[in-house]
Design a protein around this ligand. Sequence first.
Ligand code: CMX
Length: 434
Amino acid sequence: MAELLKEKLEQKINDWRPRTTKLLKDYGDVKIGEVTIAQAIGGMRGVKGLVTDISYLDPVEGIRFRGYTIPETLEKLPKVPGSNMPYVEGFFYLLLTGDIPTESEVEVVAKEFNKRKQVPNYVIDLLRALPRDTHPMTMLSTAVVAMQRESEFVKEYHNISKHDYWKPTYEDALNLLAKLPSIAAYIYRMKYRGDTIIAPDPNLDMGGNFAHMMGVDKPYDDVSRLYFLLHSDHESGNVSAHAGHLISSALSDIYYSIGGMINGLAGPLHGLANQEVLMWIQGVMDQMDHKIPTEEEMKKFVWDTLNSGQVVPGFGHAVLRQTDPRYMAQREFSLAHLKDDPIFKYVDVLYKVVPPILEEQGKAKNPWPNVDAQSGVIQWHYGVKEYDFYTVLFSVGRALGVCANIIWARALGYPIERPKSLTTDMLEKIVGIK
Ligand code: CMX
């Protein structure tokens, strides 16, 4: 019974492999795009060089997980009893298999996660040995890489065929995913709550348990479930997902790969933007003496930021060209639960004033808000005000998608990544200016 997810996955993998093999063998030479100099210099925007079936990001519609939009995903997945939100474990089942699980299938997976969630003592010792003012993302990354000695993949690598690499990778993924919420909550309570640690409750699902270990009352359990789900996957070309995929392509195990994923997410242009948004808003609040700014007043703050050469955090996106549906899902939650919160009112004014300003400035290709513009305010509302911590929450969610991608990449035998570089001289020769 416990192996149900793995068995189902094995069946899916066996059915899928001939599709990849046929594409490679019979159609390997077919062109799917071309690369310009602007793309080579400009961060490979729009270069079609990755394959993933876990999620697809349409520039206008936004993300679909295994073909389902965010509202469809929230509606179709089995809900935690007494809650409006799905099990994170059931969502992982969907990411991994492409199927909506039944309630009993979710229960089995939730039990499987529960069984694996004990964090080794040496990880706790390591976290405690770090200076307390270490950034929580550094703590998380350190903890994850330290657990590399647990890797089943490393233990089995020399004894199994390539065909089966995905199996110990699956074990590593589940072992790590089950522990991440406990590690995150431990970091939080140790660093920001006077070192008062709350033990996990074996009867709770992943989201419920996380809220419990954080010491935050309902509906923070639903906030956590929503948060982990929304942040899980955004195709495989974004920095965190791609970092995880790239590292794993060298057959580095899940711990090394997710460590790299976390380090990529820690950049202010990526996951750290959610803490930047709160920092930015706090700065405006201080200058406004905590009064809610009018749209005119807010416009001035936004222009001041742009004129000082800074980006407005939480707006813009490398792929999206519309308001991020992950932003909208959180906005709907905020309108239902915290619409009178003063910080939400700031976010609401920003929602109205920033896009026309970015359009007027004419630089950003997408003036609309992204996932990070709205996520911090919800955390703040429920008392998680230490915004350094917000990207840790993003990491716990993102690991679900990256792990699913890595398992499938191993199953389909995706090789080590090695794009080709050119020199500036070569580019100049190609265009005839040298
Ligand atoms: N504020 C000000 N300027 C912005 C901007 C913003 N929010 N978004 C884009 N621009 C600028 C870029 O800095 C760039 O300027 P230069 O030409 O001077 O270098 C120009 O507009 C063109 O950029 P782009 O092609 O529209 O955007 P990119 O694909 O290069 O970058 C992103 C995308 C997200 C890094 C960028 O929009 C940004 O910095 N946003 C603010 C930070 C943020 O919210 N990041 C979180 C994104 C979601 C996530 O990954 O977690």
